[in-house]
Every structure is written in structure tokens, then in C-alpha cells.
Ligand binder design. Structure first.
Ligand code: SF4
Length: 492
């Protein structure tokens, strides 16, 4: 985004796009944060622009630094001290509301500007909230607005239109090289209890085929022949069949189609055939575990027969592989559940011989605004990943574990509070390894809680959460009800 016409000068840059020339002396500088560790690039870019990295050190001569995107919407607190303003929720209307409100106070003093902006729904000004702790390295005691006119709760904003987003840049340098992404659905109605992609973005919304998807696809296919259908659960779009029929037209014969994860029981032979014809070789389905008991705990409405049927259909439709996603360390998990995952993989191999089978596996990481936000990362998770690796490699399955250490860092950031900003400042000079985080914790001992507090401890329901002043789609009482439904199924 360049300058807004009749609007304040505004620098808006993807966090890693540091080489492009920025406008001189911008009034607003904005970042979208989709990956936690991109904060390192944001801080470097602020330094490059000669803007103090901490909001508290900025003066009247500095721009307002604002941020948004999924990482900041989920839990902005570890990064809160770096931003003057954080936009919570969908950007479609919120960005415009923010710019309009800024225009009204463009010539006012910085503090007046911030106080004015803080009254726009979804606009969060961290410096206008005071956080009190029981002790410097203890839990949070309270979070309260610093002034009476500042709202006690900031409500995440939800866009309710039926035109969803699509790529603005297509490049071979992107993580998904040369793919034009079209957002088919937003959120997911399934509400697996650990799932940020569902809980943080509720309600489930679908793009209009006529007004949103077809025009976007036509635009995209003018610049590339690779199309990605994006969304937490794309096959749950009520008109998904219509979309597939549209993409089956002969004029799209050369198009390569990629689908984000699909819901297991929507993998029919027809879907597999269409995908195989569009150069998709394999499908990804998230099964989480081979244990049906554990799937009930996490509210994953899926049974092993459906998973096997999906694999059989994928093979019958001409796909050469299927990729399953699983997780270890889920709340309520027992060693027997891990053994059932091994058994499930064996059963799939037996039912669909010759189909390439991959199991990607991550560690459960608690996420803000989900019913599992109070659980820590399981101390057994690493051992369980190793167990799966040993068993499945022996069976000839392709097992791809996600780094356990990375999960620990993710958990730290996803449950972090403002005190972490000092740690993040240190870590960016030490490197991205878990060892760097441990070193920084040692250096800051006494100034913030131990790493285990954030990562591994189960938090009590009474504890003030770092994001308790930020309202997600569901009230905390509802999240606690969903949590109680899960724990009722825990082994006694
Ligand atoms: S089905 Fe997938 S996207 Fe939907 S809630 Fe469950 S894990 Fe999240």
C-alpha cells in the first residue's frame, strides 16, 4: 500500500520487505504480523527508519506505529510495548476506521491522538492500559485502563461481508511460490478446542462464488497458472461442488490447483479425481490423533473409519499420496493414545496399499481465546514425538515431526505478557534457538517469571490472563464451558 490520496502519509510494508524505498517522514507506519518471529524484522525496520523501537520513547516527531494481523490479534501483549496502536481483528473495515479517526486528530498532540484512537472499536492502544503484577516475577494482578474514557475491554472486530481476500502479490519468492491464493472461507465451524484458526475468527464465513471467488480466480489466472484455495476448511464451503465444477472447465486444463487442509469426511472419489486432473498429487487432512477418545476430548468430530475411507477414496480418485496432520501432548492424552496413532497409520496402509502416506506431527501449543488456553505444553510431548518416529519409521511411513523446541517458543509467545518485550529485544541479538531464549531468561531473572510459567504450567481459571482486557469472539465463560466439557472426558 502506498500513500493514501487525501490521507496521511502512511508507510505500510510486509515485515520482510526491507529493501523497497519508504516514504520520507511517514506519519503512520503499519505492519501485519503473521509469523511470531517476524517481530525481529519489524524492530530492524523501525531502527532503519530511526524510530525508537519502544512506543514509550517516541515523541511528537515520530510516526504512530501500528500493527495488526493474526499474531497480534491472538495475543499482542509480548509485542505491545513496540506499538502505539494495535488493530484487533479483520482489517477490511477496521483499517479504514482507524485512518478516518486518525485524520480527525491529525494535528493534535500525540497523547490526544492516542486517546482518540483508543475509542474506535477494535483499536487497542497498549500504553493506555496499566498492568499490575503480584511481584516483578509473579502473575498478573490486574489490567485496567489508565483513564476513565478508555474502554475497559477492546472488542476484536469481525468483517461480515461475503467478498473475502485474495493475493495482492504473486512471486516465486513467496513461501508458496507463484501461487495465487483465494480465500474461500474464514474461520471454521468445527471448533476443535485447541484451534486458534476457528475460535479466534468465529463466526464461520464463506465467500460468494459469483461475487468473490470467480472474479478473484479470473484475475489470478491472468498472472499465474497456480491457484491455491485458502481457508481453515475449504471443502466446507456450501457451494464447494459448484466451485469445483467451475474449475473443471476445459479452459482451466493447464491450471495447477492446491487446497489447504480439507475436512476428512469430504474427501470423495470425485474430489480426488478433479484434484488429480488439476495436477494435485496429494491431499492434506488433519486427524490430530489415532485415538477416538482423544478426538472427543478435543471436539474433533471424526472417526477412524472416515479417515480410512478418505485414504481409499484418494487412491481410487488417482491421487498418489495423502498427508495426515497429528499432534502430541494434547490435554488428556495418555501413552495408549499414541499407540493408537501408530495403529491407525498401519490400518490406513493396509486399506490403501501403494498410497504414499505422510504423518506430520506437531506439539500442542496453547493459544489465547481457545478453551485450551489454560493448559501448558506437556512435558511428555518430546518423548512421544520420538516414540512415534521410532514406530512409524519402522513401518515405512514418512513421519515428519515439527520441532519441539519451536513449539516451546511458540507457547512462550502465545501466552506471554508485556514483560516478554525485554526478552524479545535481547533474543533478537542472540539468534532464534531455544538456547537463546534460555540465556535471555537467565539475564532477566527476577524481572519476569521463569520460562516454565509461560510454557509448561497449567494456569488456574482465576488467573488474570495477559489478554483479559481484549475480547475475542466468545466470552471467557463460554470458553470455560467448552473446557469443562473436555475435562469431563479426562481419564479419572
Ligand atoms: S477442523 Fe481444523 S480448522 Fe476446523 S476447528 Fe478443527 S482443527 Fe481447526
Amino acid at each position: 500500500m502506498g500513500n493514501f490520496s487525501h490521507a496521511p502519509r502512511c508507510a505500510y510494508q510486509p515485515a520482510t520487505d526491507t529493501r523497497e524505498q519508504l516514504p520520507a517522514s511517514p506519519e503512520l507506519v503499519g505492519f501485519s504480523l503473521s509469523w511470531e518471529l517476524d517481530y525481529v524484522n519489524i524492530l530492524s525496520l523501525l531502527e532503519f527508519l530511526e524510530i525508537p523501537i519502544r512506543a514509550a520513547n517516541r515523541t511528537e516527531s515520530h510516526p504512530i506505529v501500528f500493527g495488526g494481523g493474526p499474531v497480534l490479534t491472538a495475543n499482542p501483549e509480548p509485542f505491545a510495548d513496540f506499538f502505539d496502536v494495535i488493530l484487533l481483528g479483520d482489517g477490511e473495515n477496521l483499517l479504514g476506521d482507524f485512518i478516518e479517526a486518525y485524520k480527525q486528530v491529525r494535528n493534535a498532540e500525540r497523547l490526544i491522538q492516542l486517546q482518540h484512537l483508543a475509542q474506535v472499536p477494535g483499536v487497542y492502544v497498549p500504553s493506555l492500559y496499566e498492568v499490575e503484577y503480584y511481584s516483578p516475577d509473579g502473575a498478573i494482578k490486574s489490567i485496567a485502563p489508565a483513564l476513565p474514557e478508555i474502554p475497559a475491554q477492546v472488542q476484536k472486530q469481525t468483517y461480515r461481508g461475503n467478498i473475502l481476500s485474495a493475493s495482492t502479490v504473486v512471486t516465486e519468492k513467496a513461501a508458496w511460490s507463484n501461487i495465487y491464493m483465494v480465500e474461500v472461507v474464514r474461520s471454521c465451524p468445527e471448533m476443535c478446542r485447541f484451534c486458534l484458526a476457528s475460535y479466534l475468527t468465529l463466526p464461520f464465513r464463506t465467500a460468494s462464488v459469483e461475487a468473490s471467488l470467480i472474479p478473484a480466480i479470473e484475475r489470478g489466472l491472468q498472472v499465474t497458472d497456480r491457484l491455491g484455495l485458502l481457508g481453515a476448511s475449504v471443502t466446507q464451503h456450501p457451494e464447494f461442488e459448484t466451485l469445483l465444477d467451475y474449475l473443471s472447465q476445459p479452459k482451466y486444463d493447464g491450471v495447477r490447483l492446491s487446497l489447504a487442509s480439507v475436512r476428512t469426511n469430504t474427501v470423495t472419489e470425485k474430489l480426488a479425481q478433479i484434484l488429480a486432473k488439476r495436477d494435485t498429487r496429494s491431499l492434506t487432512i488433519a486427524v490430530e490423533s489415532g485415538s477416538e477418545r482423544l478426538r472427543q476430548i478435543i471436539n474433533k468430530k471424526l472417526n477412524n473409519d472416515e479417515i480410512i475411507a478418505a485414504a481409499v477414496n484418494a487412491k481410487a480418485g488417482g491421487l498418489s499420496g495423502i498427508k495426515l496432520y497429528g499432534m502430541v501432548g494434547l490435554p488428556g492424552e495418555e501413552p495408549a493414545d499414541i499407540e493408537q496413532t501408530v495403529a491407525m497409520v498401519r490400518d490406513i496402509k493396509k486399506a490403501a496399499p501403494g498410497l504414499r502416506l505422510t504423518l506430520g506431527c506437531s506439539t500442542f501449543v496453547p493459544k489465547a481465546h481457545t478453551p485450551f488456553q489454560w493448559f501448558g505444553v506437556s512435558g511428555d510431548a518430546e518423548k512421544r514425538l520420538k516414540f512415534l518416529e521410532k514406530q512409524l519409521r519402522r513401518d515405512g511411513a514418512d513421519f515428519r515431526p515439527e520441532s519441539y523446541n519451536w513449539s516451546v517458543i511458540q507457547a512462550l509467545i502465545s501466552r506471554g505478557d508485556r514483560r516478554l518485550s525485554h526478552l524479545l529485544e535481547l533474543v533478537r541479538h542472540y539468534g532464534e534457538s531455544l538456547g537463546s531464549y534460555r540465556r535471555a531468561f537467565k539475564e532477566l531473572r527476577g524481572k519476569l517469571p521463569e520460562m516454565d510459567f509461560y510454557v509448561h504450567d497449567n494456569w488456574s481459571l482465576e488467573q488474570v490472563l495477559p489478554w483479559s482486557h481484549l475480547q475475542g469472539p466468545l466470552p471467557v465463560a463460554t470458553l470455560q464451558k467448552h473446557l469443562a466439557a473436555a475435562t469431563a472426558l479426562f481419564p479419572q
